[in-house]
Design a protein around this ligand. Structure first.
Ligand code: SF4
Length: 218
């Protein structure tokens, strides 16, 4: 990876612009109505397919609406609503612990500051960015999920593998207007054309991509 070609800033922005126009309707993939819903959904989504998370959350959100509802929940009862997600038992406890802190320290409101979000158990930088962007419209950084980790090096936007370093590289290179949605655009591009066997012949950014013509990605 050390020798992989990096795009210039102009080309990197052009590439992301082209993908953003190609996948115009790409957006955050978990369903939620309130910041509290989003915290619960984000914790549930770790190592779980979006469809599974989205399948369990309607009934969960109907039963638990506020931080206090979750903080007072019986873990066994809560688990009954989320048993289909992976590590449901641990996630039930994690949601309850997180909501207790939100209730006690933040008066029941999900904080809208990065430092305060990072103090919550089960919330790392990816999820904190996700909450800030999608619940509050605050863009401080870029959520680096598994698709960004896969695609950013492939597209010549970073040589790093560590999520925080990838985020730093993307923030240095990309215009801020792309930060709020680039994660979801990459996910759509990965799922549509650029997964393990990339379909470069149909790719709208093949002229810019350093890996154009590759037959297999690890
Ligand atoms: S040219 Fe190929 S490797 Fe590059 S982004 Fe497109 S599909 Fe992926």
């Amino acid at each position: 990876m050390a020798g992989a070609r990096l795009l210039s800033g102009a080309d990197a922005n052009k590439l992301v612009d082209t993908l953003s126009k190609t996948y115009k309707d790409a957006k955050y993939y978990l369903n939620f109505k309130t910041p509290i819903d989003l915290v619960a959904a984000a914790i549930l989504s770790a190592q779980t397919r979006d469809e599974v998370t989205n399948a369990v959350t309607p009934k969960l959100f109907e039963k638990y609406k506020t931080a206090r509802d979750y903080a007072n929940a019986d873990p066994e009862v809560l688990y009954g609503y989320i048993s289909r997600v992976s590590f449901g038992g641990n996630k039930a406890k994690s949601i309850i612990n997180t909501m207790k802190i939100i209730q006690e320290k933040h008066d029941g409101k999900v904080p809208n500051k990065m430092e305060q979000l990072l103090e919550l158990p089960g919330i790392g930088r990816k999820t904190a960015n996700t909450i800030l962007i999608n619940a509050y419209g605050i863009v401080e950084g870029i959520p680096v999920d598994t698709w960004v980790i896969k695609l950013a090096p492939r597209l010549g936007l970073t040589r790093n593998k560590d999520p925080e370093k990838i985020e730093e590289d993307l923030m240095k290179t990309l215009d801020k207007k792309y930060w709020h949605n680039v994660t979801y655009v990459f996910k759509r591009h990965g799922k549509t054309l650029c997964d393990k066997v990339p379909i470069c012949s149909k790719c709208p950014v093949s002229k810019l991509c350093p890996k154009n013509g590759v037959t297999k990605m690890l």
